[in-house]
Design a binder for this molecule. Sequence first.
Ligand code: NFE
Length: 572
Amino acid sequence: MSNRIVIDPITRIEGHLRVEVEIEDGKVVDAYSSGTMVRLIEEIVKNRDPRDVWAFVGRVCGVCTTVHSLASVRSVEDALGIVIPPNAELVRNLMFCTQYMHDHVVHFYHLHALDWVDVVSATKADPIKASEIAQSISNYPKSSPKYFADLQKRLNTFIASGQLGIFANGYWGHPAYKLPPEINLIGVAHYLDALEWQKEIVKVHTIFGGKNPHPNYLVGGMACAINVNEANAINAERLAMVGQLLHQAKDFVNQVYVPDVLAVAPYYFDWAELGGGLPNYLAYGDLPTNGYNDPGSFKFPRGAILNRDLSKVHEVDPKDPSQIQEFVKHSWYSYSDGDDKGKFPWDGETKMNFTGPQPPYEHLNVEDKYSWVKTPRWKGNPMEVGPLSRMLVGYALGREEYTEAVNGVLNKLGVPAEALFSTLGRTAARAIETQLVANWALEFYDQLLMNIKNGDERMATNDSWEPNSWPETAQGVGTTEAPRGALAHWIVIKDKKVANYQLIVPSTWNSSPRDPSGQRSAYESALLGTPVHDPDQPVEILRTIHSFDPCMACAVHLYDENGKHVHQLNTF
Ligand code: NFE
């Protein structure tokens, strides 16, 4: 007899996600993922000036801030044939790297770590032992017995007052938690340190983009002026601050984030065999080193892997209608010519068709439509996108930086490459790529300084800025790799206005409902086989879902004003 449990909302994610799973003999035998909010940003930007769209779509999400603005300006530049100056490319790359370091560290500590780290157990730790362990895995300066003893005192005070605050509602003491108290204490300490650190690194966005979240972009370049002597420009002082922030970020990644992932992983090797899900991986690639129009120059390469076959990387063309389609058979939308066929985004439609059930309801009607997320496919295949896909594509292409970094971690942990196809692999891949990005950020920074030194201060081009110079119709695609995976915006321009605009975002690929042929997407697949020790405390489900770092704000593009809380299980 199977037993269906519902987790709604899944917390420690961005947006609203509901998961229903069938459990039989203590394991998940089927799963359904549903985005329970809808925002319709794609409709909001229609009939606007294409040059303004970045400012609207940037607000899709405050977590992966910058990525939608980036994809948007690129889509317009692609449509109108605009090539941006090298400095603008470098500044975009620096914004991108900053975003990754911020987002991945925040994800690991604040959204994912408590699936593995038992906060209450940390109160039983021996601070001297915790200090010894911390010093054996890293040269992070904050590691004295006093540092851990003080932190533990703060934690004890919290718990004694009955107010765990940000740590309330965890499944503390659940048998799935395996770490010794000392590593739990280190995890809690770094959770708090990471909170402090993350507000610093985003200053890079404020310097180049005026603010964070939602820094400013510009069609044709970037909206900041370089003048080393000018107070209101990117001057020598601001450039120096960027360098300092990037170095600090690299230190935090290398001294805190990566060592913690490596210290926690060995206690959870069973998760190297769980949560793999789909065998297909997709990356559009990003971080141009020779301009956006040369994908071969990207630091994150473009490509697809099918059936876990790392001997072949398939070519990906985001402009090929035979490669990418979006389906709405199981989503609360309709297509004007029927819901069985997929649509390429230039011809895409976003028309709501909510078929219920009306909240509050017990279960989704999974035979019909059950999510506000559409279902994208690549050559008919469901694909996983994100850090694991990026690392696998780079690894499969034999790029040295990737093989070195990935093999280094596999060797350290003493696990085979197959371990990558798992919940643990996904979480490790995110840490590995953050390390790569921390290095690349400094390369881009040095190149920017060099260009400026050589007298090149150009940051934008006026080419094609004037709408009178535009063709009557144009269409373009802007791709990027958002922290959660492959992201693209497709634009159709007619009579100088946006005629159509479609986004397929990473969490759409990963969290989508089934396609018309019944194939599951990444979350639904990855949950199959997950052991659930106690259906009232499904921490195991959170581990796999959180390993994708869901963002439902991105994945659906209005709150359901009737969206009453359909409680089944509250997670923390
Ligand atoms: Ni809102 Fe996003 C990222 C995008 S969604 S977080 O990264 O695009 O998956």
